[in-house]
Ligand binder design. Structure first.
Ligand code: 13P
Length: 250
């Protein structure tokens, strides 16, 4: 097992040019010791990617987009292609975040097409899955996430894709699943990814946990078996908190 932990920040619809100072501070705090332990990326709004690239050039903190269109270009007003994100300086893109699934009605098939577009453009997709509170309470968490994995991962996806488990009810709420529930879900997800992709690929695929990750709970969550890093929302807006989370790997 040679999975390099990945700590990814998702800024969502937050951040103006003044916020680039946080990315600068993250990059400065991402020293050789931490680089030796974990990969760090931040996914700011698309308006800031090219500007952030100028700050973080030189092998430091990486950059990602938060969504992409499935097509490389065309008459899709307001959308952004994976090729555009790559051109702006991204190396990753989040696809299928629950906020995209709920706000924009994205289906597993849409997410799969976006993940394929990311791979086409030379970006690594971070494919998000996760159950709602009602689904967990109904005992359907595993079956819901299993179906999302089956439907959202391109069948021929390579071993460098990333999957993020983000229980919807844990996002922005301060609630987190128990360590046992995280362990159960991540082990299940790895098996299901193997069933979907085959070829032993799942052993190399990083599965991130996301949902109310903070400096105070990062160590506990990141030490759960089959958790290969974090997808961090609110706490990634501050360099201090984001580095505090990444330091779980230091
Ligand atoms: P919070 O860390 O704010 O709960 O958000 C998690 C998330 O949605 C990351 O993609």
């Amino acid at each position: 097992m040679t999975r390099r932990p990945l700590v990814a920040g998702n800024w969502k619809m937050n951040g103006l040019r003044g916020s680039l100072a946080e990315i600068k501070a993250m990059d400065a705090a991402y020293d050789d010791a931490l680089r030796g332990r974990a990969e760090l990326i931040v996914c700011p709004p698309a308006t800031l990617i090219a500007l952030a690239r100028d700050i973080a050039a030189g092998g430091g903190i990486g950059l990602g987009g938060q969504d992409c269109h499935a097509a490389p270009s065309g008459a899709h007003t307001g959308d952004i292609s994976a090729e555009m994100l790559k051109d702006a300086g991204a190396s990753y893109v989040i696809v299928g975040h629950s906020e995209r699934r709920s706000d924009h009605g994205e289906t597993d098939a849409d997410v799969q097409a976006k993940a394929a577009a990311a791979l086409r453009a030379g970006l690594t997709p971070i494919i998000c899955v996760g159950e709602t509170r009602a689904e967990r309470e109904a005992g359907e968490a595993l079956s819901v996430v299993g179906a999302q994995i089956d439907g959202s991962l391109p069948a021929d996806a390579p071993r460098h894709i990333v999957v993020a488990y983000e229980p919807v009810w844990a996002i922005g709420t301060g609630l987190t699943p128990t360590v046992d529930d995280v362990a159960e879900m991540h082990a299940f997800a790895r098996e299901r990814i193997e069933a979907r992709l085959g070829g032993g690929k799942s052993a190399d695929i990083r599965i991130l946990y996301g949902g109310s990750v903070k400096p105070s709970n990062a160590r506990e969550l990141m030490s759960v078996p089959n958790v290969d890093g974090a997808l961090v929302g609110g706490a990634s807006l501050s360099a201090k908190d984001f580095i505090g989370i990444a330091n779980a790997y230091r």
